[in-house]
Ligand binder design. Structure first.
Ligand SMILES: *Cc1c(COP(=O)(O)O)cnc(C)c1O
Length: 381
């Protein structure tokens, strides 16, 4: 039996809702299922306006447009993130300025932000890695002091909180992903959360190809036309119907992941106590969503060795991420603030374990394999 890294989990009513969407005869975007998804997201995050998009990448691109980034502007962000965080900024001709991460949560190190700010800095894009919140109080305070916009890349952070507040609802803007590998899915999909109500009208226009079509449908104008920049960022109702079934079951999809996460966490406690590896750190003010379980091995060599042991037992153990500051496009479009020692150490040492909603005995099997490996009981290969 192979234990893969991730398997999509259906909530149950996806096909029912898709059938309803087809019977509604409204297949393009912004139909009844899109509206239900958006209301659900607004209620769950406290956001003033949620807009479904076809990916988190698209939502980040919209956020970059809403920040009015122009060539040469700078945006502070971690290099330990998925490419979309930086790409959205680079597409506007702005410069991703990479700042190191905290060794505990692997999130942007708030103590390093101030020194990265220049007169060209416009925004801070934070990433809540593994659904564990950044130090949002400190980050929002720095942004306020310098007049910067905060965009939360909350791709991994649906159903999480920071000091009791839902992540994705704190910065002026946030982007969520419903990609198949996330907790709540629609294959490809995402949402932009507009928490600053002053940005909502423009966000609707950007998403509707630069037209005021949303106002037109609400009867606020008698015809719609090209009024601003924009693109097509709407998902179809078929995707929204699938997503709504998932959102309704968000709690039921999240709980089993947290349980599997806990199984891993308890199993590895003795190894951490013996200094053989390090487990994820979740600060007391953060409630996570079991999105990722990772291990930090003592070195690159030991991470590679663990990966080989798992592979020999047909268990997936991918790493995360190739740091953006040294990636070819990161060098071309971005700039690092220092040499980011934590980012590069973590990228060498981090290994993710299989985790999905609906795991059965797999967490025990995987944990036993890791423990065997670490205690030198052989990998069987
Ligand atoms: C998954 C992910 C994205 C991209 O999401 P898509 O919906 O695939 O575009 C962006 N940022 C982070 C941190 C992610 O984990």
């Amino acid at each position: 039996m192979k234990i893969g890294f991730n398997y999509p989990k259906l909530a149950g009513r996806e096909l029912d809702y898709i059938r309803q969407a087809v019977e509604n005869r409204h297949l393009s975007g912004d139909g009844p299922f899109s509206k239900r998804c958006e209301s659900w997201l607004e209620a769950a995050t406290g956001s003033a306006r949620a807009l479904l998009t076809h990916s988190c990448t698209a939502a980040l691109e919209m956020a970059a447009l809403l920040c009015d980034l122009t060539p040469g502007d700078e945006v502070i962000m971690p290099a330990f993130t998925f490419v979309s965080t930086a790409n959205a900024v680079a597409l506007r001709g702005a410069i991703p300025v990479f700042v190191d991460i905290r060794p505990d949560t692997l999130n942007l190190d708030e103590s390093l932000i101030a020194r990265a700010i220049t007169p060209r800095t416009k925004a801070i894009f934070v990433v809540h890695y593994a659904g564990v919140g950044c130090a949002m109080d400190e980050i929002m305070a720095i942004a306020d002091r310098h007049g910067l916009v905060v965009v939360e890349d909350a791709a991994q952070a649906l159903m999480t909180t920071y000091r009791g507040r839902p992540l994705g609802g704190i910065g002026q803007l946030a982007a969520i992903s419903f990609h198949e590998t996330k907790n709540v899915i629609s294959g490809e999909g995402g949402a932009l959360l507009v928490n600053d109500p002053g940005l909502a009208a423009r966000a609707e226009i950007l998403r509707e190809k630069g037209t005021n079509r949303s106002s037109f449908f609400r009867g606020e104008v008698d015809k719609y036309s090209w009024v601003d920049l924009g693109s097509s960022y709407l998902p179809s109702e078929i995707v929204a119907a699938f997503l709504y079934a998932q959102l309704e079951a968000a709690e039921a999809l999240t709980e089993p992941r947290k349980k599997a996460w806990q199984t891993y966490h308890a199993a590895f406690q003795p190894l951490e106590a013996d200094g053989l590896l390090r487990r994820p750190v979740v600060p007391a003010e953060c409630e996570h969503n079991g999105h990722i379980y990772y291990l930090l091995m003592p070195s690159l060599e030991e991470r590679l060795a663990l990966g080989r042991s798992l592979k020999a037992r047909r268990i997936d153990g991918p790493f995360h991420y190739v740091p953006l500051d040294t990636a070819p496009a990161g060098r071309r479009f971005g700039r690092a603030c220092g040499d980011l020692p934590v980012t590069h150490q973590v990228a060498d040492r981090l290994l993710r374990l299989p985790l999905w909603s609906g795991m059965d005995k797999e967490p025990e099997i995987v944990a036993a394999a890791v423990i065997d490996h670490c205690l030198g009981n052989g990998a069987g290969a």
